[in-house]
Design a protein around this ligand. Structure first.
Ligand code: NAD
Length: 504
């Protein structure tokens, strides 16, 4: 434990209270730290500084100075790329540590947490390669007297506010691209899962990211997060989280007209046609709803199934769901615990409400209370049949291992049902008919359409939402462009009388 960390006790258990990371160094927090208890076992696993507006001010000031002095933004892109490659290599060296931190705080099996950390490393390597590719455009067809240049510049100080469900992955989808573009960043991780962001800041610094370019302030959203979003020295707020908080971020950024990018909630459909490979579709639909125990923005939480195969499909699905294993970070499990007890009860209330509105429980529907699960927030994978678009469970993001089932008869009805929610993140279509696949890919109003797959992705492919799932795109070349702005430079190379059209 370093001098800047203090111990926090809970009975026999003691953890270090982690400080903020500002201007290249760990800064201890003031006041009572935020305690994080394992969602799987109830044990104390971490403690973080409860960041204040003053901590945010210090982090933004460090980022502003670092950006304005050009220590990072003015490096050749290839040099920034080399540092980011070293950062990715250090992440790979610390993959077990990052995995353990995320799994302990999220409550998911390490296997799942590890896959997400590896995804974050892929994103960082891809962003490193892009750092050297950032360029503008030259216009030489403006007439003989003019040359025009469109120059792409880093936007400046980026405020990155991220949620708890995939701490390392969601952060790197922003951070690695922001750094590749030449920005300086202030990160506000979730108060529930802040450890990996702090470790990432140390690794980035060890890789050669200069002091002040990457800062992390831990703390609550309505205090530290809100102050970051409304800060006049922040040039862009890139936010991932719930749609409700996204609205607050926009309101906070309004006064300074700060640019915002929002990755918000989802209520994605899994549309299964009778001509699909049903075994494949069952696996995919199940994965779509239990991956990360359903705490995934892309969760395929609405099954739309063609009427004539509905019963057979549901039999297969419920049989597979019943065989899934639930467990914590140290268990061989398919899915883990929900993030905290209040969320567990919220998910259970959604199930009760659905039943009171006319849904029937085909699988799960309850909390696990046996000896191995009693101290954790475990909900059995749940299939709610006979759900209609009027039901809350059809419309609202439940964020747990719960899938609703609605039957359809043709492609038109399938598309209409899929689009009948406010969200538009990543719908899936399961079919072997190319016409159906292409038609649906056009008709579905979501930022991603998956055909015969789900919750997939790749650093090269842009990711983002339609409708209330947000705007802006992460990953791909667009993911880097999000952190830049265009400047037009118009050069007059000749002098022609009367060219300004003045009378005198
Ligand atoms: P959340 O909106 O509660 O919190 C997200 C972050 O915002 C946290 O760091 C939180 O502290 C902060 N925050 C809260 N109030 C704030 C305020 N007033 N001002 C500034 N910051 C504030 O979301 P969550 O519960 O952490 O995460 C779950 C949500 O995230 C789900 O809705 C999920 O769909 C969404 N999500 C979306 C994506 C995507 O890419 N579209 C990815 C992952 C998660």
């Amino acid at each position: 434990m370093t001098e800047t960390q203090t111990a926090v006790h809970d009975g026999e258990t003691a953890v270090e209270s982690r400080g903020h990371f500002i201007n290249g160094t760990v800064v201890p927090g003031a006041g009572e730290p935020i305690r994080r208890y394992s969602p799987a076992t109830g044990e104390l696993v971490a403690a973080f500084a409860n960041g204040s507006p003053a901590d945010v001010d210090a982090a933004v000031a460090a980022a502003r100075t670092a950006f304005d002095t050009g220590v990072w933004s003015e490096l050749p892109g290839l040099e920034r790329g080399r540092v980011l490659l070293r950062f990715a290599a250090l992440m790979r060296e610390h993959v077990d540590e990052l995995t353990a931190l995320d799994a302990d705080e999220v409550g998911n099996p390490r296997r799942v947490a590890r896959a997400n950390v590896l995804g974050a490393i892929d994103d960082t390597e891809f962003a490193a390669a892009l750092a050297g590719v950032v360029h503008g455009d030259v216009h030489t067809n403006l007439g003989t007297d003019f040359t025009g240049m469109m120059v792409r510049e880093p936007i400046g100080v980026a405020g990155l506010i991220v949620p708890w469900n995939f701490p390392t992955l969601v952060l790197c989808q922003k951070l690695s691209f922001a750094l590749a573009a030449g920005c300086a960043a202030v990160v506000k991780p979730s108060e529930l899962t802040s450890s990996s962001a702090l470790l990432l800041a140390e690794l980035a610094t060890a890789a050669g990211v200069p002091a002040g370019v990457l800062n992390v302030v831990t703390g609550y959203g309505d205090r530290a997060g809100q102050h970051l979003a409304e800060h006049k020295d922040v040039d862009l707020v890139s936010f991932t989280g719930s749609t409700a908080t996204g609205r607050k971020i926009m309101a906070a950024a309004q006064e300074n007209l700060t640019r915002v990018a929002l990755e918000l909630g989802g209520k994605s459909a899994q549309i299964v046609f009778a001509d699909a490979d049903l075994d494949d579709a069952v696996e995919g639909v199940l994965f779509g709803v239990v991956h990360n125990q359903g705490e995934c923005c892309l969760a395929g939480s609405r099954l739309l199934v063609e009427q004539r195969i509905a019963e057979r499909f549901l039999d297969l699905l419920t049989e597979r769901a019943a065989g899934l294993r639930l467990g914590g970070p140290h268990d061989e499990a398919d899915l883990g615990a929900l993030i905290h007890p209040e969320h567990l009860h919220k998910v259970l209330r959604y199930i009760e409400t659905a039943v009171s509105e006319g849904a029937s429980v085909r699988a799960g529907g309850h909390r696990l209370t046996g000896a191995t699960h009693a101290n954790g927030c475990f909900v059995a994978p749940t299939v709610l049949d006979r759900v209609t678009p009027e039901h809350r469970a059809f419309q609202e993001e439940i964020f747990g291992p719960v899938v609703t089932v609605t039957r359809f008869t043709d492609r038109d009805e399938a598309a209409e049902l899929a689009n009948a929610v406010e969200y538009g993140l990543g719908n899936s279509v399961w079919t072997k008919n190319i016409d159906t696949a292409l038609l649906l890919s056009r008709r579905l109003r979501s930022g991603t359409v998956f055909i015969n797959t789900t919750i997939d992705g790749s650093p090269q492919l842009a990711f983002g939402g339609y409708k209330a799932s947000g705007f802006g795109r992460e990953k791909g070349t667009t993911g880097l462009e999000e952190f830049t702005q265009l400047k037009t430079v118009q050069i007059r190379t000749g002098k022609r009388a009367g060219s300004f059209n003045l009378l005198g």
